[in-house]
Design a protein around this ligand. Structure first.
Ligand code: NOJ
Length: 716
């Protein structure tokens, strides 16, 4: 398709329409000759406007997509197909673990598979673009959206970004020939995860060096992986909302990162520039956004109602509109829509739901993190007398936020998963998560007392995480904590299973649990996946992608923080004028990278191949990992680096590489990390990325508190 020729045939109105995105209810209301009410009217749009718009977000079924596309094409002069976009974040109808859980697998192949399968299922329902992955760096667990991210480390985030995108789009992004692949939209550019106090949509203020060092890499990785779309963030960057921030979008996103795909605003973000106080009306907001290079206006009438006047009154050049339209048309071409506006939907064979279910069961078990396992209470022996109690025992609310197409009632509860495994199990759930009836409490305690081991299923609800779900207190509800405490007095063999979407304050959980399994929101097969782990059919191997604070007052607490002038050490921890809290420790309860296994591992003979790394050469870090326990297990061996002296203050350490090894009992495996100059590069005060000559400390171990294993110097 000659897109320039098509552009030349378009009227200004037709061009502007391509830049507008609406929800399906706008279209459905106009099917037939119905009166215009609801959203259409509120936005002041007419049926003629609708016949011109370029894309739709949030359809639920294939039939809906076919019908909207059919009606649209019948009424459109140039017959340019609509694009259908949706939030397919961790599955479409079959739900996989939430992204924070997926990141806990530290397994990029697994993440790629999830993206590929969920993209495939979504494409069967007519979706062409997913608003995923969210690669925002997250350091504040109060922010509900941490469940949607991949954690606090920009290196891990970058690997995960690449995996998601390659999974959705295919490594070669041949979306016009493979309709089972969908386009990815990386979000939110940029800094959304840094909302002050973790309150959603709140102010963000990030220094340039921090922005470049910590926040850009995951977006760079996404763009380098060929991501087709980028979504703007709601927040301000240097005082200007990202959606109208010309410097950010033109100089950083387009020029520095080389992005040439479609830039879409977040929902209503163009209109929200009025509330931010940087635009007096929608016309000014539209001007700011278009000048910044935002191609699609999601869910406001700003572009639809104002761009024409802006061109006609010569406040903006039509070239700016042409530029944006061409990018949208290019995406349509890339998706193969001009060739087949239904992308094979009318004839395709759908992916088997049974296969998807099996996959989600297998994948979810790899996202779980064993936080504590005293006296090896886990794995459980199925001949034991078990009780399963607590608000999450019988709950179907295990899908997590962003699972809007997933059917909650079809998810497997923990009780369903475990009941088929144990011959002697009693289950007492509760109706509510925050208040238990007198009888429920009494029964739970009785069951706990009468069993050999009690599994206490605690956690958050899906709606307590995700968008607009920030929390000031990240402890579980008091009722849950007091239940656990009481259970401990009648039975000390307590396994706590946690369903949640953010790092929690576990200070009231850890002392009263012998074992703790963090299962996040595991998805459609939750109960079966958790059973696989509790029974030891799967040995847990997850590692935390985000630190668990001791208490809210530590937040933000993340492993790769900068050094301070008065660091606390073992020797000075009682002195006054050092960087510490008087009442709480500096270190998190569970650090980044942490996670246990049913077996144990020891790391020995960690060595460096040389004391010197020369420019353009490599240095090998080698270590031996031995399985010293009784079960075959997978360990994620992590390699961290610290630059002793930098031009600017540098983090206390940074993850540079990791490897997953599966080892049988008594077996030893050698792992090697190959480091080079690239691994030493960082953002300097002039924003250039380069490596400094000097000494580097190497740490190898099983979490971010890994011990030092040696030093090398980087020389010319
Ligand atoms: C708002 C969210 O911030 C964004 O992530 C999402 O993709 C859009 N809504 C569309 O649902």
């Amino acid at each position: 398709m000659d897109l320039t020729q098509l552009l030349n045939e378009m009227t200004l109105n037709e061009k502007i329409g391509q830049l507008v995105q609406l929800t399906p209810n706008f279209f459905e209301e106009t099917n037939g000759d119905t009166e215009i009410t609801g959203p259409l009217q509120e936005m002041g749009l007419t049926t003629e406007d609708l016949n011109l718009i370029g894309s739709v977000l949030g359809t639920h079924t294939k039939e809906q997509v076919i019908s909207i596309q059919r009606n649209y094409l019948a009424n459109s002069r140039l017959k340019i197909p609509l694009i259908f976009m949706a939030d397919v974040v961790h599955g479409y109808e079959t739900i996989f673990p939430v992204p924070l859980g997926l990141a806990s697998s530290w397994n990029t192949e697994l993440v790629k598979e999830v993206a590929s399968l969920s993209g495939r299922e979504a494409s069967d329902a007519g979706i062409h673009v997913t608003f995923s992955p969210m690669v925002d760096l997250v350091r504040d667990p109060r922010w509900g959206r941490v469940m949607e991210g991949t954690g606090e480390d920009s290196y891990l985030n970058s690997l995960m970004a690449k995996a998601f995108i390659e999974g959705y789009q295919g490594e070669e992004a041949k979306l016009d020939s493979d309709f089972r692949k969908i386009a990815a939209c990386v979000k939110h550019f940029i800094g959304y995860g840094a909302s002050e106090a973790g309150r959603d949509y709140n102010t963000v203020d990030i220094s340039t060096i921090n922005l470049y060092q910590s926040y850009l890499p995951s977006f760079k990785a996404a763009i380098d992986s060929g991501v087709k779309l980028v979504m703007t963030s709601f927040n301000t960057i240097y005082g200007v909302p990202a959606t109208g921030n010309k410097w950010l979008m033109r100089s950083v996103l387009r020029d520095k990162l080389g992005f040439d795909g479609v830039l879409i605003s977040d929902w209503a973000a163009i209109g929200e520039m009025l509330a931010h106080g940087v635009a007096r009306d929608l016309e000014q907001a539209a001007k700011l956004a278009l000048e910044a290079g935002v191609d699609i206006d999601m869910m406001t009438p700003a572009y639809q109602k104002n761009l024409k006047h802006l061109v006609e009154s010569q406040q903006i050049s039509e070239n700016l509109i042409d530029e944006a339209v061409l990018r949208v048309l290019q995406l349509k071409e890339d998706l193969g829509l001009f060739e087949d506006p239904y992308r094979g939907l009318l004839t395709r064979e759908e992916l088997s739901k049974t296969k998807l279910r099996l996959k989600t069961r297998e994948i979810a078990s790899q996202s779980m993190v064993l936080l504590k396992n005293e006296e090896q209470l886990l794995p459980l022996n199925p001949s034991k007398k078990i009780s399963l109690v607590g608000p999450l025992a019988n709950s179907h609310d295990v899908l997590g936020a962003w699972s809007w197409v997933g059917k909650i009632e079809e998810s497997v509860t923990l009780s369903e998963g475990l009941s088929s495994e144990f011959t002697n199990i009693e289950v007492i759930g509760t109706k509510d998560r925050t208040t238990f009836t007198f009888n429920e409490r009494k029964e739970m305690l009785r069951a706990a007392k009468e069993s050999e081991v009690v599994i206490v299923a605690l956690g958050e609800g899906s709606e307590e995480t995700g968008e607009a779900a920030s929390k000031g207190v990240i402890q579980l509800p008091k009722e849950q904590l007091s239940l656990l405490k009481e259970i401990q007095t009648v039975n000390s063999q307590v396994v706590t299973v946690l369903f949640n979407g953010r790092p929690l304050d576990l200070s009231e959980i850890v002392p009263y649990s012998q074992s703790i399994l963090e299962v996040w929101f595991p998805g459609s097969e939750a109960g079966n996946s958790v059973s696989d782990v509790l029974l030891g059919r799967v040995n847990p191997s997850g590692k935390l992608p985000m630190s668990f604070p001791v208490t809210t007052g530590q937040i933000p607490v993340y492993y790769n923080h900068l050094r301070t002038g008065r660091p606390m050490s073992k020797d000075n921890k009682n002195e006054k004028y050092i960087s510490r809290f008087l009442d709480i420790p500096n270190e998190p309860l569970y650090p980044f990278g942490y996670g246990l296994s049913y077996t144990s591992f020891s790391i020995s003979e960690a060595t460096l191949s040389s004391k010197v790394l020369k420019e353009n050469q490599t240095i090998n870090v080698t270590a031996k990992i031995t399985n010293t326990g009784d079960y075959t297990g997978t360990e994620t061996v992590q390699c961290y680096l610290k630059a002793e002296v930098g031009e600017v203050a540098r983090p206390v350490r940074e993850l540079k590489a990791f490897k997953q090894v599966t080892i049988k009992p008594n077996e030893t495996i050698e792992v090697t990390f190959i480091l080079n100059q690239k691994d030493l590069e960082y953002v300097h005060s002039d924003l250039s990325e380069r490596a400094d000559f000097g000494n580097y400390v190497v740490y190898v171990g099983s979490d971010s508190q890994a011990p030092e294993i040696g030093k090398f110097s980087f020389e010319k």
